[in-house]
Design a protein around this ligand. Structure first.
Ligand code: GLN
Length: 188
């Protein structure tokens, strides 16, 4: 199994390090041909407007959408969650638009740009995960077929729709491998 990590901008190196730690092969994805031989894709945190523009410039948006439609699992963290959403409230920025969710960017406001909290992640109910939030979005609406996996302060911060997983927080910035391991269970 080889997991691709979109490496255009943002904290992709942290995801690669996490995958190495788990003992899974990984590869940086920068152009459409990098997706060949990749079984799943992670879209990191960073700046969603920048990542979205670069994806469109290199034709990666079309290539990723095509693979997703054929069932390739994708996991988006933070900016990655924003890029997976069909609706980004108040923004027309480029996106993949694969998940039936609406998101609000920077939803926790300027006062608390970054914070950490223990979050219950439904697939690993035994023990909460440490949620690291950095100028994080929230999911403001979900349509049928979308499962809510985590909430914080009654805001939705983790969702899944079939082969697509997204968290507003950053497990790659912690030592806890469980969210990534859960993602790997979606890979056939
Ligand atoms: N605020 C960023 C955005 O809107 C996301 C922040 C992050 O990925 N840590 O793109």
């Amino acid at each position: 199994m080889t997991i691709g990590v979109l490496a255009l901008q943002g904290d992709f190196a942290k995801h690669l390090a996490m995958l190495t730690r788990i003992g899974v092969d990984s590869r940086e994805v920068r152009k459409p041909s990098d997706l060949d031989g990749v079984d799943a894709l992670i879209i990191p945190g960073g700046e969603s407007t920048t990542i979205g523009k670069l994806m469109a410039r290199y034709g990666l948006d079309t290539a990723i959408r095509a693979r997703a439609k054929r069932g390739m699992p994708i996991y988006g963290t933070c900016a990655g969650l924003i890029l997976l959403a069909k609706e980004i409230e108040g923004s027309r920025q480029p996106r993949l638009g694969l998940m039936d969710i609406a998101v609000v960017r920077n939803a926790f406001g300027r006062q608390i740009e970054s914070f950490e909290a223990d979050i219950l992640f439904a697939p690993t109910p035994d023990q909460p995960v440490r949620g690291v939030f950095i100028r994080a979005p929230i999911v403001s609406r979900v349509k049928e077929g979308v499962q809510v996996l985590s909430t914080f302060d009654s805001k939705i911060v983790a969702v899944q729709q079939g082969n697509l997983l997204a968290t507003a927080f950053h497990p790659e910035l912690t030592d806890d491998t469980r969210v990534h391991r859960y993602f790997l269970t979606l890979v056939k």
